[in-house]
Design a protein around this ligand. Structure first.
Ligand code: NAP
Length: 479
C-alpha cells in the first residue's frame, strides 16, 4: 500500500465516520480503519464517492497508508479504549508522527499520554471536538491541544473542516498537552449551565406566567432574535413547540423529568474544586441533573409545604416574561464568566498560554453553546487579553446593572413561590459575593482559629495571628 493519505481516522462510529467524510470532502485523502472491519467497508461503500478514502483492515495497513509525518486520529471511547488503541498503534509509529485523540478524554489523561508519547518522539494531540454528529460532518468547533509543531501541520486541516463564522474558522491551537480537552470540558460545563438556566426560565414562565409550552416556544423564538440569540434557545423553542404524536399533547409533558449526563459536566465541577474555581452556576446545573434523578429522595420530599403559586394575569405575565429575560441574560453572562475564569485558573496552574478571545471566537460556530454574544466576549478579550472578568468590560457591566432589579425580583419571587431556580440564584449569589466590600469569610477565619488554631490575617497589619481563646489574659500572638 502506498503512503498516500494525509490523515487516518480509526474508530468509525458516529463521530469518526463523519469526521473522516468531512476531511475527504475537503480534498484530503483519508485512510479509514475500525476495530471491526465491517464499519470500514460500509463507510467506503456508502460514502466513497464523496472523496478519496483508503480502506485499511489491519493496523499495519492503516499505518502504511499514511504520509509522513503520519497523522493518525482516534475517534474511540475515552478511557480504556483510547489507551488500548494507543498501545496498538504507538509501536508502529516513528518520531515526528502524530496521534490525535478526538474523543472526549479527561484532560489529565491527555497530559499523561502526551508526556509518555513525547518520550518516544511522538506528538500526542488531544483535540476537543464539539458539535455532535452533524457538526462532525458539516463543521465542528475544534479545540486542539498539543505541541506548537503539531499545530503547524494539523492546524490548516482542522481549520479547513471546522465551522466558519464571518469567514473565520472555528479552530485554533488552545495550548500545550491537555489544554484542548480542558477547554472542551469547560465548554460542556458552560453548556450544562446554559441549558439549566433556560430550563428554569421555562419553568417560571409556565408556573408563574401561566403560559403553555407552545406560547413559551414563541417567547423563546422572540428572545432568539435579541441578545439571547443562540443555538440552545433556538432548539428549546423547537422542543417546546413539538407535539407528541401519541397523546397529541405537548412533547415536553410526556418526557420523564430525570436528566441524564455523560460526565463532562461532572468533570468540570470536580476539576473546579481542585482549582478552587467557584463555578457555582455550572455546579448547580450539574447538581440539578443529579437531583432530578434522585427518585427516592424526591418521593420523600414530595408534598412538603412550599410557597403559593397564583398564576399571573395576562398583562402581568408579559411584564414578568421580560423580567425573566433579564434574569436569564444576567445569569448567562455570569455562567460564561465563570467558565472563562476557570480557564484562566487552569492556564496558571498548568502553564498554558490560552488566547481567551480565540476561545470565544471558535465557540461562535459548530458547537452547542454557539451564541451571538460570544462575538462580544471575543471583542472584550481581544481588547484586553488579561481581562479578569467580563463584568469589568463597560457594555457587559452596563447590561448587568440594567438587569439587576428584575434579576433579583425573579429570584425572590421564585423563592417565595417555591419554584427551584438553583442556577439563577447561584449566578446572583456569585455576583453579590464578588461585588461585596466585606465577606463573612472573616467570621469563618475566626471560627477556624477558635477550634483549630488555623490563624488569621488582620486588616490593620501584615502577618498571621492566633488568639488564645481559652485564656483571655494572654495577648494575641503572631503565628
Ligand atoms: P461510537 O459511535 O460508540 O463509536 C465508538 C468507536 O470506538 C467504534 O468505532 C468502536 O469500534 C471503537 N472502539 C470502542 N472500543 C474500542 C477498542 N477497545 N478498541 C478499538 N476500537 C474501539 O462513539 P462516538 O459517538 O463516535 O464517540 C467517539 C468519541 O467521540 C468518544 O470519545 C465520544 O465521547 C466523543 N465525542 C462524541 C460526540 C457525540 O456527539 N457523539 C461529540 C464529541 C465527542 P467498533 O465498531 O469495533 O465497536
Amino acid at each position: 500500500m502506498s503512503a498516500s493519505a494525509s490523515i487516518g481516522v480509526t474508530g468509525l462510529g458516529v463521530m469518526g465516520r463523519n469526521l473522516a467524510r468531512n476531511f475527504a470532502r475537503h480534498g484530503y485523502t483519508v485512510a479509514v480503519h475500525n476495530r471491526s472491519a465491517g464499519r470500514t467497508r460500509a463507510l467506503v461503500q456508502e460514502f466513497g464517492h464523496e472523496g478519496e478514502f483508503v480502506a485499511a483492515e489491519t493496523a499495519a495497513e492503516f499505518v502504511a497508508a499514511l504520509e509522513r509525518p503520519r497523522r493518525l486520529m482516534l475517534m474511540v471511547q475515552a478511557g480504556e479504549a483510547t489507551d488500548a488503541v494507543i498501545e496498538e498503534f504507538a509501536p508502529l509509529l516513528e518520531p515526528g508522527d502524530m496521534i490525535i485523540d478526538g474523543g472526549n478524554a479527561h484532560f489529565a489523561d491527555t497530559r499523561r499520554r502526551e508526556a509518555a508519547l513525547r518520550e518516544q518522539g511522538i506528538h500526542f494531540v488531544g483535540v476537543g471536538v464539539s458539535g455532535g454528529e452533524e457538526g462532525a460532518l458539516h463543521g465542528p468547533s475544534v479545540m486542539p491541544g498539543g505541541s506548537v509543531e503539531s499545530y503547524a501541520v494539523l492546524g490548516p486541516m482542522f481549520e479547513a473542516i471546522s465551522a466558519k463564522v464571518d469567514g473565520e474558522p472555528c479552530a485554533t491551537h488552545i495550548g500545550a498537552d491537555g489544554a484542548g480537552h480542558f477547554v472542551k470540558m469547560v465548554h460542556n460545563g458552560i453548556e450544562y449551565a446554559d441549558m439549566q438556566l433556560i430550563a428554569e426560565a421555562y419553568d417560571l414562565l409556565r408556573q408563574v406566567g401561566g403560559y403553555g409550552p407552545a406560547e413559551i416556544a414563541d417567547i423563546f423564538r422572540e428572545w432568539n432574535q435579541g441578545r439571547l440569540g443562540s443555538y440552545l434557545i433556538e432548539i428549546t423553542a423547537e422542543v417546546l413547540g413539538h407535539t407528541d404524536a401519541v397523546t397529541g399533547g405537548p412533547f415536553v409533558d410526556v418526557v420523564v423529568d430525570r436528566a441524564g449526563q455523560k460526565g463532562t459536566g461532572r468533570w468540570t465541577v470536580q476539576t473546579a474544586l481542585d482549582l478552587a474555581a467557584p463555578v457555582t452556576a455550572i455546579s448547580q446545573a450539574t447538581f440539578a441533573r443529579a437531583a432530578s434523578g434522585q427518585t427516592a429522595l424526591r418521593a420523600a420530599y414530595r408534598g412538603l409545604p412550599g410557597g403559593t403559586t397564583p398564576v399571573l394575569s395576562r398583562t402581568e405575565a408579559a411584564r414578568f416574561a421580560s423580567q425573566v429575560e433579564n434574569a436569564l441574560y444576567a445569569s448567562k453572562v455570569i455562567a460564561y464568566d465563570q467558565g472563562w475564569s476557570m480557564i484562566q485558573d487552569a492556564a496558571k496552574e498548568y502553564g498554558w498560554d490560552i488566547d481567551l478571545a480565540a476561545v470565544a471566537r471558535i465557540w461562535r460556530g459548530g458547537c452547542i453553546i454557539r451564541a451571538s454574544f460570544l462575538d462580544r466576549i471575543r471583542a472584550a478579550y481581544a481588547q484586553d487579553p488579561a481581562l479578569v472578568s467580563l463584568l469589568t468590560e463597560k457594555d457587559f457591566a452596563q447590561e448587568i446593572t440594567d438587569a439587576q432589579v428584575p434579576w433579583r425580583e425573579i429570584v425572590a419571587m421564585a423563592a417565595r413561590r417555591g419554584i427551584p431556580v438553583p442556577a439563577f440564584s447561584a449566578a446572583l449569589s456569585y455576583y453579590d459575593t464578588l461585588r461585596a466590600e466585606r465577606l463573612p469569610a472573616a467570621l469563618l477565619q475566626g471560627q477556624r482559629d477558635f477550634f483549630g488554631a488555623h490563624t488569621y490575617g488582620r486588616v490593620d497589619k501584615p502577618g498571621m495571628f492566633h488568639t488564645h481563646w481559652a485564656d483571655a489574659d494572654r495577648p494575641e500572638t503572631d503565628a
